[in-house]
Design a protein around this ligand. Sequence first.
Ligand code: NDP
Ligand code: MG
Length: 381
Amino acid sequence: MTRRLAILGATGSIGQSALSLLGESALDLEVVCLSAHRNLEALVNASAPWPEARRVLTGRRPGDPSVPAEAGYGFGPEGLLESLEAADPDLVLNGITGAAGIEASAWTLAHGKTLCLANKESLVLGGPWLLSLAAETGARILPVDSEHAAIHQCLRGERRTDIRCIYLTASGGALRDVPLEDLDAIEPTVALRHPNWSMGARITIGSATMMNKAFEVLEAHHLFDLPGDRIRVLLHRQSIVHGMVSFRDGSIVAQLGKPDMRVPIHYCLAWPDRGEFAFDGFDPEEFASLTFETVDPRRFPALALGYECLERGGDAGSVLNAADEIATEAFLKGRISFRKIAEIVEKVLERHVPRPISSIEEILAADEWAREEARRCLDSV
Ligand code: NDP
Ligand code: MG
């Protein structure tokens, strides 16, 4: 039976990968809703093969003179939820970037739909709250993030109680070999040159600071219900092994593949089937040299902040994400140096007193507080 799919963040890196694979795969899916923030032209192009689909511009208001006044457009964050309601998808691929993605995740889970989740910020901000929504409706979360999709695959048919620990791999990003003393002089364009993956700007910088991996530690904690001391991170330069699970009998199971987000997206969209897709098979050249290193905390101080937020719980994840969003933006605009990103986030966390969260309002209040604090830190840099 054809399943109905919403692609949120359709104009971004994840959204475009999803759309490109739909054209080439045998997946029986109909796209019923697509969203972008402001990029009208890209949204028009993305939705061309799906003329019946609802289209949403979350960053524009109704009556925007540049948007043709034809039926089917939704505007603003509320327009996104209304369009989802009207489109009634079975699956929602959430490829929105940043904290803005959480409301669509909540809608999806509260309506008992399957959430194919690229927007890891949803879980960083509101993990326990989202999981309780899913538990109430029986909705499922399938992780698109490559490391978590890997762990999900390694755990198929396994008992949680048999897990010793999991390993998330990290490429180390664009600056992994730059001498520490040179990091402060790095230009944003250099930090944006990821060696293995092609992704949006924020996550690419998050790769270089390893803040992205800090988020992924929290994401794994919520998805797989594991404490911090059973989630390990390894520097793996080739980005071929995406995740590994070590079981209590001494076996380690890994998932391998080329660094191409279409693979985990396809995995989630096809689940529980494997589906057929024309990715290359095993090429020994590609797998000839796989290396794993421990992460140097002096180079990547941001990683420890993820573990710290995991211990603090409550709204600490909201603060981590919001402060990083502000600091990363400031770095991209040339306002602060690269190493100041983690420093600012750490400062904001030091000033924060964690509180438990039980609603979106509480999550957003912590987000707002952290943004203000981070801006104050920027002013004093
Ligand atoms: P991009 O920056 O490439 O795309 C972001 C998408 O979200 C665009 O469609 C953009 O619309 C839309 N958007 C931007 N701001 C908002 C907002 N405030 N409200 C609603 N929509 C918004 O990001 P990526 O595709 O790289 O990343 C998307 C998510 O997936 C992130 O959470 C990231 O961490 C995660 N992820 C990405 C991976 C990757 O390979 N790219 C890998 C693993 C996870 P517009 O074009 O109009 O600005
Ligand atoms: Mg990842």
